[in-house]
Ligand binder design. Structure first.
Ligand code: SF4
Length: 406
């Protein structure tokens, strides 16, 4: 395809057209001037729909349990019960972190945990039995409900594959939930692949969970993980699959483009991480495929020196950033200080605002159960973002000196 053709279909995208799969694949080869045009188009699409505001969610990260029945090739989070660092948090421990986070201005409690550890570990069964429970998902429900009701922080749970019954129940205590699609590629499940011993990473199961969340009207976060052995075709197919689910159910509130990071302890330690151009192109293509209205996020802590460049590719959100707890999935990658994030965002020409784990456009009767409304109203302002009095606790206005960050 000639450069002039790229120019023509980027113009068509600026005018509101969605790229076809073939056009997206062609754009994946963009370099030089074409790459610049691709980035400019994605950024213009973001600016037209989102204006000059970039959001983040002030959160605490709650690793409810790091026991997991899967063995993903890139994971340092999971532990076996007899391994150093294996941990399931008590409800009191959850409340203690939530209380500290709330004081700092955090409005989200991200519950991240291993998938169905009770399926392979009798130790987890014993732990759950002391509360009369059989499944980690039931313990998660109790933890979310207690944090919501006792602390007034909003849970956002990511517990892996779920059926309609669990989604419905968890929706009562979670204004939004999430499950990374990661990739639609079944090839990753073959021997030697990133998911060859991870039954919960079967793409069809993940697509089904995301669809079920749509049916029960849960504002949902999903995304792709890049650099784990997928091809460009896989990445683009994954983005189109997310688009299709959102067209069907209208419940995808944000999409994350996350880059794989090699670590010394993982089986995939020798795999190269995606380079900056790879990330920029993937983000820009995600913006083009998912459209200007989608909330698009890339985590700043996984590209510590260069994250502001992602603003050039069309993101409008930095995701959850914590002034208190580490990223337990990538513990080697500290969050940027919020003052620094605000400064770098402002220097790029955008204003940083704190949001809730549910985006403003999803705060409707259709998506929010009546019991959650007062909790959301306690924390949100008229624009549906975090109330300014709370935001000021951790995010001083430009030029102010009194940052709260630990
Ligand atoms: S990435 Fe998630 S599902 Fe995979 S092993 Fe780690 S905790 Fe388990």
């Amino acid at each position: 395809m000639q450069a002039v053709v790229v120019d023509t279909f980027l113009q068509a995208i600026r005018d509101g057209k969605t790229p076809s799969r073939e056009e997206a694949l062609r754009l994946a080869n963009a370099r030089g001037d074409e790459l610049e045009q691709l980035l400019e188009t994605a950024a213009a699409l973001r600016d037209r729909h989102k204006g000059r505001t970039i959001t983040f969610s002030p959160k605490i990260f709650i690793p409810l349990t790091n026991l997991c029945r899967d063995f993903c090739g890139y994971c340092t989070f999971r532990k076996a019960p007899d391994e150093a660092g294996a941990k399931t948090m008590s409800i009191d421990e959850v409340l203690a972190v939530a209380r500290r986070g709330k004081l700092l201005g955090c409005t989200e409690a991200l519950f991240s945990l291993g998938d169905k550890p009770e399926a392979i570990y009798p130790e987890m069964k014993t732990f759950l039995a002391q509360f009369g429970l059989k499944r980690t998902l039931d313990y998660l429900y109790d933890a979310c409900k207690t944090a919501l009701e006792q602390i007034g922080i909003l849970p956002h749970a990511n517990p892996g594959i779920m059926g309609a019954g669990d989604l419905k129940r968890l929706k009562e205590v979670n204004p939004s939930m999430g499950l990374m699609l990661e990739s639609t590629s079944s090839r990753l499940m073959l021997p030697g692949g990133a998911h060859d011993n991870a039954p919960d990473k079967k793409p069809s199961l993940r697509l089904r969970t995301i669809a079920e969340a749509g049916k029960v009207r849960i504002p949902f976060t999903t995304g792709i993980l890049i650099g784990i052995g997928e091809s460009w075709e896989d990445r683009i197919d994954s983005l189109f699959a997310i688009r299709e689910l959102n067209e069907r159910y209208g419940h995808i509130q944000e999409v994350i483009v996350q880059n794989f990071r090699p670590k010394a302890e993982i089986p995939m330690r020798d795999r190269p991480e995606p380079d900056r151009v790879d990330m920029l192109k993937t983000i820009a293509l995600a913006r083009l495929i998912l459209g200007g209205a989608m909330n698009l996020q890339a985590p700043p802590n996984l590209t510590p020196e260069g994250y502001p460049m992602y603003l050039r590719a069309g993101i409008n959100d930095w995701g959850g950033v914590s002034p208190l707890t580490p990223d337990f999935i990538n513990p080697e990658a500290p969050w940027p200080a919020l003052v620094e994030l605000e400064k770098r965002t402002r220097e790029a020409g955008y204003a940083l605002r704190a949001r809730l784990p549910i985006y403003p456009e999803f705060i409707t009767n259709e998506f929010v159960p009546a019991g959650l409304r007062p909790h959301i109203e306690d924390l949100s302002g008229p624009d549906g973002l975090v109330q300014e009095r709370i935001e000021r606790r951790m995010l001083p206005r430009a030029g102010a000196e009194s940052a709260v960050h630990s």
